[in-house]
Design a protein around this ligand. Structure first.
Ligand code: ADP
Ligand code: MG
Length: 724
């Protein structure tokens, strides 16, 4: 099949209608999750109470409880036709891991029966030597173990009961994303509760909330399969811009193409059945780019749900003849994809800590948390950037689309004014809700509902949006836990320090509200002049200004990872109990290694495609032109009529030569880089190779412009981006 057949096939692909279950969404929402409703129905009273205790108190399941829970779970699972069980975990790769075991066992009478007990539920020992561990698990000690995290409900995917677990080495180090995330969530709760108690003594737990927005591209599967680069690396390594891409802004929020809508519907239904509250769907800025978002939830659960959704997207897309691209930058010249992490804190008594309160006390609590978050982001701006950095997200970072490679915070006019005002007024001035009291000079006011939410600044990586912060720098294919662990831990550290400051002020005999405000004022002064920035994050001036303000402007991804093992990070992570120093070092090894492998694969694919696809196509066209020229010469005896052909031949020769030279230089650079022993140094060498991918791309894209369209072997941008 040539390219035109593929284009025709994808253009004519028939829409497959979504399978919509009978009844309302609320009828089938959560039917495949062993949630509290199922627990009450399927568990005996003793197991139920013991399990709820574990969930609320965060302690481990004892064997007896595990057996009781497993019994009820098995009954429920069998009703849904489940035949297999798996521990489902999040190793330091992209995506999740699972190893399915059938439920069957010998019954002692020559047959088999289905079994599932507390042991299978609570703990497993997958041979874990093939997962990245950064050397923590030396190969002779290959065992790691997975243990159920009862705060993440068990769910059913197809015929398999999936048990969300943590993944830990035998010596106790975390080998996954979930373990440190859970530690960070505990740390932020432990640090926030004592501060909340200053306002409401009944508070005993603080929850971290996450609402992720997932951006993605869809490409027809026939075109995808013809693009080796997309298939192997998740992005196009070359491809000339389409004449039209996103410049007319006609895709964003446009009518959703019907084939895409059917995909989205199936995805939503599958998500809803798994208890994932998918809420929003729309077209994104780039052609064939879309977004979905659920209603926010507790961070650990929301993150599991994001992992499940990414998995579902891939499978369901195929039913509709699409492949979903979660890479941060699948196409050059149009927007890439991110995963905005909307984040907030709230108490077990229902107070939102990053939203204005009902009265002056509630508002002071809000300002307290708001300012402390800013302080944490200021102190750890480089680390937060490192937490979202990856070989793939590097294509978005600083590339004139969210986010810039500088982590600053956008407050909006209202909150900026409030902070400035607070510095001017006496510390016991109440912060009122606007409109509730008559206006008087010196009064600090916050609108109850933020009306000017619209002054959203798309260029800010960390933006306040009325009741939450939106961390926009997270990559579309990343595990949110990377960013959420760092953010929650950094905030926890800051809250601990702040509480100590307040205690000191109180010890001086001040009233609590005055003590809090006096502790806040120096922080407000400091953040306003550094991390707070409402201007254009893409501008050159900002880069210079950010350096003056002491913010990190590093753009080299392997170097960014070094932040994790700097003293400030080690202190923060160990004090909050989130990572040990050894874990931090191991994780950096994994990050550098992953970086190297990603770039290595891209570079190999690119060189091979250059040699096997691009140069042959160019030479075929060259041969055709040479034949024409020779024919002209033989008929007319001269080349007077061949100026066009000769010019094109010149171009082809020039670009083909450039491709050949750069491809072989890249191969040599790879060889040299591979010989470097040290993981970090090797990653730095590969960073150079990553840069040179752009240089090799240029002549290839030029050739695409020159070579006869009929002879071009690979689907073009204008085809991949506009067929849906
Ligand atoms: P937009 O694209 O306008 O930023 P979306 O509706 O696409 O907004 O996504 C916003 C996300 O933020 C949703 O997942 C929403 O549930 C979530 N969200 C709303 N309030 C909070 C909050 N207090 N804490 C965390 N996430 C929140
Ligand atoms: Mg959105």
């Amino acid at each position: 099949m040539d390219r035109f057949d593929l284009v025709k096939e994808s253009f004519e692909r028939k829409e497959v209608p979504a399978e919509v279950p009978a009844g309302k969404t609320s009828d089938y929402f959560g039917e495949l999750v062993f949630d509290r409703k199922k627990m009450c129905k399927y568990l005996d009273a003793e197991s139920l109470h013991a399990l709820l205790d574990c969930i609320e108190g965060g302690h481990a399941l004892d064997r007896k409880t595990a057996d009781g829970v497993a019994k009820g779970m098995k009954e429920w699972a069998m009703e849904h036709g489940v035949t297999h069980v798996t521990h489902w975990f999040q190793p330091l790769t992209e995506g999740t891991a699972e190893k399915h075991d059938s439920l069957i066992d010998y019954d002692g009478k020559g047959g088999v029966i289905e079994t599932f007990d507390g042991k299978m539920l609570a703990q497993q020992e997958p041979d874990a030597s093939s997962f990245p561990s950064g050397g923590i698990r030396a190969t002779f000690e290959a065992r790691g173990y997975t243990a159920w995290d009862p705060t993440s409900p068990v769910f059913i995917l197809d015929d398999t009961l999936c048990i969300p677990t943590v993944f830990i080495s035998y010596t106790g180090e975390a080998l996954d994303y979930k373990t440190p995330l859970k530690k960070a969530l505990k740390a932020v709760s432990d640090a926030a509760v004592p501060i909340c108690k200053l306002f409401d003594p009944s508070v005993s737990k603080v929850y971290s909330y996450l609402g992720w927005e997932q951006e993605y591209f869809l490409v027809d599967e026939a075109l995808y399969a013809a693009r080796t680069d997309l298939m192997i690396t998740g992005r196009t390594l070359f491809g000339h811009n389409s004449s039209k891409n996103q410049q007319l802004d006609d895709h964003y929020f446009g009518a959703i193409p019907t084939r895409v809508a059917a995909f989205m519907r199936d995805l939503e239904i599958a998500g809803h059945r798994l208890g994932i509250p998918i809420k929003t769907r729309h077209n994104e800025v780039a052609p064939n780019q879309f977004e979905l978002a659920p209603i926010y939830g507790e961070t650990n659960l929301a993150n599991d749900q994001n992992q499940i959704v990414m998995n579902l997207m891939g499978r369901i897309a195929r039913k509709h003849g699409f492949v979903v691209l979660l890479h941060e930058k699948p196409f050059d010249g149009v927007n890439g994809s991110g995963k905005h992490n909307n984040w907030s804190l709230g108490t077990d008594k229902g107070a939102q800590l990053l939203a204005p309160g009902k009265d002056a006390k509630g508002n002071l609590q809000f300002v307290t948390f708001f300012v402390n978050v800013l302080a944490a982001v200021q102190k750890h701006n480089a680390l937060l950037k490192a937490s979202i950095a990856s070989a793939t997200n590097a294509h978005r970072l600083g590339a004139n689309e969210a986010p810039p490679a500088i982590v600053s915070a956008f407050l909006g006019r209202t909150m900026t004014e409030v902070l400035h005002k607070l510095l001017e007024v006496p510390s016991d001035t109440p912060i009122e809700i606007a409109g509730k009291k008559s206006k008087s000079v010196g009064l600090v006011e916050i609108p109850e509902v933020f009306v000017d939410n619209t002054d959203r600044n798309r260029t800010s990586p960390f933006a306040f949006t009325g009741n939450r912060f939106e961390f926009r720098a997270v990559g579309s294919c990343a595990n949110c836990a990377g960013a959420m662990t760092t953010l929650n831990a950094a905030v926890a550290e800051q809250l601990i320090a702040f509480k100590a400051d307040v205690e000191q002020e109180i010890a001086k005999g001040k009233k609590v509200n005055v003590a809090i405000m006096d502790a806040l004022k120096p922080i407000i002064k400091s953040v306003l002049g550094t991390v707070c920035f409402d201007g254009n994050g893409y501008s050159e001036e900002w880069k210079k200004e950010a350096v003056k303000r002491g913010l990190d402007v590093e753009t080299n991804v392997p170097k960014m990872f070094c932040e994790f093992t700097k003293p400030a990070a080690i202190e923060m992570f160990t004090k909050t109990g989130v990572y040990t120093e050894k874990e931090l070092e191991a994780r950096n090894e994994v990050k550098w290694e992953t970086y190297v492998k990603k770039v290595q694969i891209e570079s190999r694919v690119m060189v091979r495609m250059a040699l096997n696809h691009i140069i042959p196509a160019a030479l075929e066209y060259k041969a055709k032109l040479l034949q024409e020229v020779a024919l002209a010469k033989s008929i007319y005896g001269n080349l007077d009529g061949c100026a066009t052909e000769l010019k094109i031949l010149d171009d082809i020769n020039k670009y083909v030569e450039e491709v050949r030279v750069k491809a072989s230089a890249m191969k040599e650079a790879r060889k040299a880089a591979n010989a470097i022993e040290d993981g970090y140094e090797r990653a730095l060498a590969y960073h150079e190779i990553a840069e040179s991918l752009f240089a090799l791309r240029r002549p290839i894209d030029k050739l695409e412009e020159v070579v006869d369209n009929k002879m071009w072997p690979l689907p073009k941008y204008r085809e991949m981006l506009f067929i849906s």
